[in-house]
Design a protein around this ligand. Structure first.
Ligand SMILES: NC(=O)C1=CN([C@@H]2O[C@H](COP(=O)(O)OP(=O)(O)OC[C@H]3O[C@@H](n4cnc5c(N)ncnc54)[C@H](OP(=O)(O)O)[C@@H]3O)[C@@H](O)[C@H]2O)C=CC1
Ligand SMILES: O=C(O)CCCC(=O)O
Length: 492
């Protein structure tokens, strides 16, 4: 396929790569086969990427393994300089990276720009954290002995990421990995490979040595099997569905890889009687409709106390109706398309099920007049707790309201799910804030806050939402091994 970069308004068309990056070289699949990538807003193809198989994946892993000794031998400060350069290059190229992201993912340009800044922030953060990988000296347990603890890079990591955050999920994994002294193979989602390839092009410019950053694309079966079974890979880091995460965990078991799993959620968003309702509406819009509802931390169930239920529903209706649906490239659009037809069908099925069980549509509820993958921002009221939408992540622009009477009931409903990623509640009573925060079985709790994502705080879930934490001072531990030295013969 011809490079259609001319159809994307890029200042630097060389950021749009229809090739993979292995061992410092831009390459095609051995078979010459490619995967076409479409624009979810228009259905038009925007380009094609190599359909790599097991052999090329193995080559990428071996390149990472060869690059490992010299990368890990660099000082943290030397690695930090390169990460910092990549951070600056991402910011300097924000506009082009945002256009590429909106073309392949569909989110509004303003959100894409925000994601590029968010993605770059992980490189900046871990460029610094890499310098603070401290060891320990433990008081001796025997005379004449000393006990030291070293932290060392785990080795080659493999990263498998989803389509909903095509840049930030890459850097949230590679930032700490590279900073810790690891080298890696990045395998982005098939729907959104171009953002990852653009980051690789910038990593090359930033002076990343060959083999430290490798990006491969291709069918998940072949690439995934090699990444999870190759013994040279010591760490798998994944973001995506719980179903695939569980599969990958099992596939990593025979070679005992360390894993980080950032999986599905089913976030409750609780509004108590004492909440600031305007703030709660603002938070609900930010949390629920970010990326057209396609994030694992999006509010999935809005639990509203009976005293404020009608007032909250009325205010939220006004805010939902102010959202503007359209092609993310157009100014003023706040809601892009869903990623594909299956996503639209899932949203429709969740709404139909809720209505059939007695819920009512407050606003929206149908495919958008624009057609394709566009859906109306939707608000449902009086949804019963036996509805499918209560139990499954919708991953779409539907806010279902559930009514509750007491704090205990809210906590029980909120925790009645196998998932435990993000949760939110709005309240002002300080005693309630502590009681509820302590009772919620979630890795992330937004209290009077609808947006919780930041590079400085630990992101991750409990229960079926995954293993490990990303970002923050904790994120780098996922790429480190702890080594204990028992040093005898000291004398005293
Ligand atoms: N926690 C989160 O952030 C996310 C949660 N989800 C949830 O999952 C649902 C489905 O979304 P979907 O994109 O299909 O998520 P998946 O979990 O299927 O995909 C995530 C990543 O895993 C890859 N993958 C899929 N199957 C395998 C496999 N067998 N071996 C190796 N890699 C694999 C995908 O590749 P490929 O692109 O080639 O399929 C993609 O790169 C959503 O509706 C949502 O509920 C989805 C995305 C993110
Ligand atoms: O939805 C996801 O895949 C997680 C990323 C969301 C975020 O970092 O806010």
């Amino acid at each position: 396929m011809q490079t259609p970069a001319a159809s994307l308004p890029l200042k630097d068309p060389t950021l749009f790569r229809q090739a993979n990056y292995i061992d410092g070289k831009w390459v095609q699949a051995d078979s010459g086969k490619t995967l076409v990538v479409g624009n979810p807003a228009t259905g038009e193809p925007i380009g094609a990427v190599p359909a790599m198989g097991a052999a090329e994946t193995r080559r990428a892993i071996e390149a990472a393994d060869r690059a490992l000794p010299s990368w890990r031998a660099m000082t943290a400060k030397e690695r930090s300089v390169i990460l910092r350069r990549l951070y600056e290059l991402m910011l300097a190229n924000t506009e082009d990276l945002a256009v590429i992201m909106t073309a392949e993912q569909g989110k509004p340009l303003a959100e894409s720009r925000g994601e590029i800044a968010y993605a770059a922030s992980f490189l900046e953060w871990f460029a610094e954290e890499g310098k603070r990988v401290y060891g320990d000296v433990i008081p001796q347990n025997l005379k004449g002995r000393r006990i030291l603890v070293l932290k060392e890079p785990i080795g080659v990591f493999a990263s498998i990421t989803p389509w909903n955050f095509p840049a930030a999920m890459i850097t949230r994994k590679t930032g700490p990995g590279w900073a810790a002294g690891c080298t890696g193979v990045i395998r982005p989602a098939s729907q959104t490979p171009f953002s990852a390839l653009a980051i690789a092009a910038l990593a090359e410019r930033a002076g990343m040595p060959p083999g430290v950053c490798n990006v491969i694309t291709g069918p998940s079966g072949e690439t995934g099997t090699e990444l999870t079974s190759n013994p040279l890979v010591r760490k798998l880091t994944f973001t995506g569905s719980t179903e695939v995460g569980a599969k990958l965990l099992a596939m990593c078991a025979p070679t005992i890889k360390k894993t980080s799993m950032e999986l599905g959620g089913n976030a409750p968003f609780i509004v108590f009687d004492d909440a600031d309702l305007d703030a709660a509406v603002q938070g609900a819009i930010a949390s629920k409709y970010r990326n057209t509802g396609q994030t694992c931390v999006c509010a999935n169930r809005l639990l509203v106390q009976e005293g404020v239920y009608d007032a909250f529903a009325a205010k939220l209706k006004v805010a939902v109706e102010a959202l503007k649906v359209g092609n993310g490239m157009e100014a003023g659009v706040t809601q892009g398309p869903l990623i594909n037809a299956e996503a639209v069908a899932k949203v429709e099925a969740h709404i139909a099920d809720a209505l059939q069980r007695g819920a009512r549509v407050v606003t929206g509820g149908r495919r958008h007049a624009l057609g394709g993958n566009f859906f109306e921002p939707t608000l449902l009221a009086d949804v019963p707790a036996d509805a499918v939408i209560f139990h499954e992540e919708t991953f779409g622009p539907v806010a279902p309201l559930f009514r509750f009477a007491t704090e205990a009931e809210a906590i029980r409903l909120a925790n009645a799910t196998p998932f435990g990623l993000a949760s939110y509640f709005y309240a002002r009573d300080i005693g309630r804030i502590f009681r509820v925060a302590e009772a919620l079985e979630y890795g992330i709790i937004g209290i009077n806050e609808g947006i919780i994502s930041t590079e400085v705080a630990p992101f991750g879930g409990m229960k079926a939402s995954g293993l490990g934490r990303e970002g923050s001072k904790y994120g780098i531990d996922e790429y480190l091994e702890v080594k204990y030295l028992a040093l005898g013969g000291i004398g005293t």
